[in-house]
Design a protein around this ligand. Structure first.
Ligand SMILES: Nc1nc2c(c(=O)[nH]1)N[C@H]1C(S)=C(S)[C@@H](COP(=O)(O)OP(=O)(O)OC[C@H]3O[C@@H](n4cnc5c(=O)[nH]c(N)nc54)[C@H](O)[C@@H]3O)O[C@H]1N2
Ligand SMILES: Nc1nc2c(c(=O)[nH]1)N[C@H]1C(S)=C(S)[C@@H](COP(=O)(O)OP(=O)(O)OC[C@H]3O[C@@H](n4cnc5c(=O)[nH]c(N)nc54)[C@H](O)[C@@H]3O)O[C@H]1N2
Ligand code: SF4
Ligand SMILES: [Mo]
Length: 695
C-alpha cells in the first residue's frame, strides 16, 4: 500500500489528505495529521474525492460535433488540430477578440498560467474566470484599499480573536474546517457574531445574530463607523501612521445617523449600538466576509466598509484581527495572481513598463507578445457572444450554463457559437449540451500542480492514481492546443507543470506574492507554505502561520492603507407590488458542491439530498398561501423568467424572503443581470420574485 499526500480540490481551505492506494485504487483517505490547515480533520467532500468519475466513458478521447449534430471521437492530435485551426480561422474572419475563454478557480496554478499564455499572450484575446462570480469584489477592494490583492490573515487568527464577526458568510456549511478553527478558540469569553438576513446555520451557532434587511450592509457598516467615531473607539495612532483619507471618511459618515441606519437595515437602534460596543470593546476583533458581501450591486464599497472598520479600530496585522475575505474555490487565490487575466503573472498591471520587461524576460518572449490590457469581463464575453461579436469559446472546469447569473443568457449564447470547446471531467454537465468539441480530462487525483488556499498557503497536488490509455490532464490539453497553434519557441519553459511553476516563481520575484523561496519538491509532503516566501529570506519567513501588515505597511505607494467610501445607492431592483418577495441564493449543504457534477456521484450525499430544485419559505407566508411542506410553486422573477420549486418550510428566512440553494439549475434561471460597477461581480443574492402555488 502506497501513501500519497495531496490537496483537496473543492473549497478554498485546501485540506491536505493522505491517500492510501493499492492496485491503483484508493483504499483509505485520511486527513493529514499535523497539516496546519486541517490537522487530521476534513469534510465529507474531501473524504469522497475518489468517488468522482476518474475515467470518461467509453474512452478518454475528444469528441467533435459533425454537421448532422452527432459526435465523432477523434485522436487527441486531431482534437488539438481542430481547435487550433478553428481558433485561428475565427480570429482571421471576425477579428482577434472574436474568441474567448472562461476559466475557473479550481484548476492548478500552472494550468491557469498556460491557458493565460496561449489565449491572452499568444492569441491576444480574452479569458475571464468563474472567480468573477466569486472573488472579483474582494480583489478590487484589496487593490484599492491595500495597493495589492493581498488578504492578510492566517487561519490561526480565528483561534486568537476575542470578537469574530461573520458578514454574509456561512462557514458551518461552506467552510466547515474554518468553522472547526473557530471552535478551537480558547480566548475566554470570546464572541461569535453573524450578520446575515437569514438565520443561517452559522447564525444558529453564534452568540449574536443581526438579521438585517438584504443588501443593507453598506448602510449598517457606515452607521457603525459613525458611532465608533462618536464614541471614540478608535486607534488614533494606527490611523495617523498607517492610513490615508480618514478625515474625509469621518466627515462622510457623519450623515449616517443611528435613526437612518435602523430604518434602512430593519435592525433596532439598540441592536446597532450593541454591535458598536462589541467592536469597540473587543481587543482582537476580526471581520470575515464571503458571498453575502461579494455578490451585490455595491459590493466593492461594502467590502471596503468592512476594511475601514478594521483600519479605524487598529484591528489589522495583529493576532486575532483583520478584515478577512474568505475565498471560495480551492485555487481562487492562484487564479487571482497567476492566470494572466486581470494582472500579469505575479501581479502588476499590463501597462506597467517594468513589469512588461520583466515578464517578457522570464518567459523568453518579445514584449509585444504579452497581453496588453486586462481581460474583458465575464458578462462582456457572454454579451459579446449574444451580440454575434464573439464566435469561439473555450471553457474549462466550470459549468456556466448552470452557474452564470440569468443563465438563459448563457443558453442562448452557447447556441450561437461556431466553436464551443468544453473541457471537463464529465461530458454530462449542462454546459456540454451545445458544445462543438468536448475535451475529456482527468480529475485532480490523477494530476500534479500547485494550489493556493485562502490564507495564501501553497500546497502540492500530486498524482494519487496512475493514468490509463489516452488519459490526459488539463495542462496537457492546453499545451496540445498551443503546439497545434504552432507557438514554437513561445512554449519553451512550458513543457511540464514543474517547468511552468519555475517560471511563475520568477515572475513573482520582488512582488508582494514572492514565492521564489519555494521549491516544487519542497512542497511535497510538506505543511504548505504561505506567500510571501522570498529566496534568501527563508529563515525570516520560516514561521508556519504568518499574517501580513504586522508592521502597518501596505502596498500602496505611500505604504498607507486607504479609506475608500461612496454614498449608499438605491437598490436597482427593489421589491414591487408585482414582485413582492426577495429571492436569496447560496450553498445548500456541506455535501453538495455548486452544480453537483461531482458530488452527485457520492452516494451518501445523494441519498440525503433533495432531487429537485427547492427553496425555503417562511412558515407564516406559506400558511397564508395555503402552502405545505414539499408543495410545488412556480416562481416568477423580475428578470422575466420563471421556474418550478419544491417548498421547504422554515423560521430561518424572513417573511418577505425566499432562499434557494444554488445546486439546481432553476436557481440561476431567475437571477438578474446586475453587477457591481467596479468588480462586475453579479448580484446573485437579491432577486424580486412572486410565486403561485401549483394546484
Ligand atoms: N458545501 C459547499 N461548500 C462550499 C461551496 C459549495 O458549493 N458547497 N462553494 C464554495 C465557494 S466557491 C464559495 S464562494 C463559498 C461561499 O461561501 P458563503 O459565502 O459562506 O456561502 P453562501 O451560501 O453563498 O452565502 C453566505 C451567506 O450570505 C447571506 N446573504 C445573502 N444576502 C445577504 C446580504 O444582503 N447581507 C449579508 N450580510 N448576508 C447575505 C446568505 O443568506 C448566506 O447565508 O463556499 C465554498 N464552499
Ligand atoms: N445564484 C447563485 N449563483 C452562483 C453563486 C451563488 O452564490 N448564487 N455562487 C457563484 C460562485 S461563488 C461560484 S464559485 C460559481 C461556481 O460555478 P461553476 O464553476 O460553474 O461550478 P462547478 O460545479 O464547481 O463547476 C466546475 C466544473 O469543473 C468540472 N471539473 C472538476 N474537476 C475538473 C478538472 O480537474 N478539470 C476540468 N477541466 N474540469 C473539472 C466539474 O465537473 C464541473 O463541471 O457559481 C456561482 N453561481
Ligand atoms: S471541501 Fe474544503 S473543507 Fe472539505 S475537505 Fe475539501 S478543502 Fe477541506
Ligand atoms: Mo465561489
Amino acid at each position: 500500500m502506497k501513501k500519497i499526500q495531496s490537496t483537496c480540490n473543492y473549497c478554498a481551505i485546501d485540506c491536505n489528505l493522505d491517500f492510501y492506494v493499492e492496485d491503483n485504487r484508493v483504499v483509505k483517505t485520511v486527513p493529514t495529521k499535523g497539516y496546519p490547515v486541517n490537522d487530521g480533520f476534513c469534510c465529507i467532500k474531501g473524504l469522497s474525492l475518489d468517488k468522482q468519475q476518474t475515467t470518461i466513458k467509453p474512452n478518454c478521447l475528444p469528441k467533435i460535433r459533425q454537421k448532422d449534430g452527432t459526435f465523432q471521437t477523434v485522436s487527441w492530435d486531431e482534437g488539438f488540430r481542430h481547435v487550433a485551426d478553428k481558433l485561428k480561422e475565427i480570429q482571421k474572419k471576425y477579428g482577434q477578440e472574436s474568441v474567448a475563454g472562461i476559466s475557473t478557480g479550481q484548476l492548478t496554478l500552472e494550468e491557469f498560467a498556460i491557458f493565460g499564455h496561449v489565449m491572452r499572450n499568444y492569441l491576444q484575446t480574452n479569458v475571464d474566470g468563474n472567480t468573477r462570480l466569486c472573488m472579483a469584489t474582494a480583489v478590487v477592494a484589496h487593490k484599492q484599499s491595500y495597493g495589492f490583492d493581498a488578504p492578510g490573515y492566517t487561519l490561526q487568527d480565528l483561534e486568537l480573536s476575542d470578537t469574530i464577526i461573520f458578514i454574509g458568510s456561512n462557514p458551518v456549511v461552506a467552510h466547515p474546517i474554518l468553522w472547526g478553527r473557530v471552535k478551537k478558540n480558547q480566548v475566554p469569553d470570546h464572541k461569535i457574531i453573524v450578520i446575515d438576513p437569514r438565520k443561517s446555520e452559522t447564525a444558529m451557532n453564534a452568540d449574536y445574530w443581526y438579521g438585517l434587511k438584504w443588501r443593507s450592509d453598506l448602510l449598517l457598516l457606515y452607521t457603525v463607523a459613525n458611532q465608533l467615531i462618536e464614541k471614540d473607539y478608535l486607534d488614533h495612532k494606527f490611523i495617523s501612521e498607517h492610513t490615508e483619507k480618514f478625515q474625509e471618511f469621518k466627515t462622510f459618515v457623519k450623515s449616517y445617523t443611528l435613526e437612518q441606519g435602523a430604518k434602512g437595515t430593519g435592525l433596532s437602534k439598540e441592536q446597532i449600538l450593541e454591535l458598536v460596543e462589541l467592536i469597540g470593546h473587543g481587543k482582537r476583533v476580526s471581520f470575515w466576509w464571503t458571498m453575502g458581501v461579494n455578490q451585490g450591486y455595491e459590493a466593492v464599497r461594502t467590502a471596503q466598509a468592512i476594511i475601514n472598520l478594521a483600519l479605524m479600530t487598529g484591528n489589522i496585522g495583529k493576532p486575532g484581527t483583520g478584515a478577512n475575505s474568505i475565498t471560495g474555490q480551492c485555487n481562487a487565490m492562484g487564479s487571482r495572481t497567476y492566470s494572466n487575466t486581470a494582472v500579469f503573472y505575479g501581479g502588476g498591471d499590463f501597462t506597467n513598463p517594468d513589469r512588461r520587461k520583466r515578464i517578457a524576460q522570464v518567459l523568453g518572449v518579445d514584449e509585444e507578445m504579452l497581453a496588453k490590457k486586462p481581460t474583458k469581463t465575464y458578462n462582456q464575453i457572454i454579451e459579446g457572444i449574444n451580440a454575434g461579436e464573439i464566435k469561439g469559446l473555450w471553457i474549462l472546469c466550470t459549468n456556466p450554463r448552470h452557474s452564470w447569473v440569468n443563465n438563459e443568457t448563457f443558453a442562448s449564447a452557447a447556441k450561437k457559437l461556431e466553436l464551443f470547446v468544453v473541457q471537463d471531467i464529465y461530458d454530462t454537465i449542462e454546459s456540454a449540451e451545445n458544445c462543438t468539441v468536448f475535451f475529456p480530462v482527468v480529475p485532480g487525483l490523477k494530476k500534479e500542480g500547485t494550489y493556493i488556499n485562502l490564507e495564501r498557503r501553497l500546497s502540492a497536488m500530486r498524482p494519487v492514481l496512475e493514468r490509463g490509455e489516452n488519459e490526459i490532464s488539463d495542462y496537457e490539453a492546453i499545451l496540445g492546443v498551443g503546439k497545434a497553434l504552432k507557438m514554437g519557441d513561445a512554449l519553451k519553459g512550458w513543457e511540464t507543470p514543474k517547468a511552468c511553476f519555475e517560471q511563475m516563481k520568477e515572475c513573482s520575484r520582488g512582488m508582494p506574492c514572492d514565492i521564489t523561496g519555494i521549491t516544487w519538491e519542497g512542497l511535497e509532503n510538506s505543511h504548505g507554505i504561505q506567500w510571501p516566501y522570498p529566496e534568501g529570506k527563508e529563515a525570516e519567513f520560516s514561521q508556519e502561520q504568518r499574517r501580513l501588515y504586522c508592521d502597518g505597511k501596505f502596498f500602496t505607494p505611500s505604504k498607507k492603507a486607504q479609506f475608500m467610501f461612496e454614498e449608499v445607492r438605491e437598490n436597482p431592483l427593489p421589491l414591487t407590488e408585482e414582485f413582492p418577495y426577495m429571492l436569496n441564493t447560496g450553498r445548500g449543504s456541506v455535501g453538495q458542491w455548486h452544480t453537483q457534477s461531482r458530488t452527485k456521484e457520492v452516494k451518501f450525499v445523494e441519498d440525503v439530498s433533495v432531487k429537485k430544485a427547492y427553496l425555503f419559505m417562511n412558515t407564516r407566508l406559506a400558511m397564508e398561501h395555503g402552502i405545505r411542506e414539499m408543495d410545488e410553486i412556480q416562481v416568477y422573477s423580475a428578470n422575466g423568467q420563471n421556474a418550478r420549486f419544491t417548498v421547504k418550510l422554515t423560521e430561518q428566512v424572513g417573511y418577505e424572503e425566499l432562499y434557494a440553494p444554488i445546486h439546481y439549475i432553476e436557481c440561476n434561471k431567475l437571477t438578474p443581470s446586475i453587477y457591481d460597477p467596479y468588480s462586475k461581480e453579479p448580484s446573485y443574492k437579491a432577486t424580486p420574485v412572486r410565486f403561485v402555488k401549483i394546484q
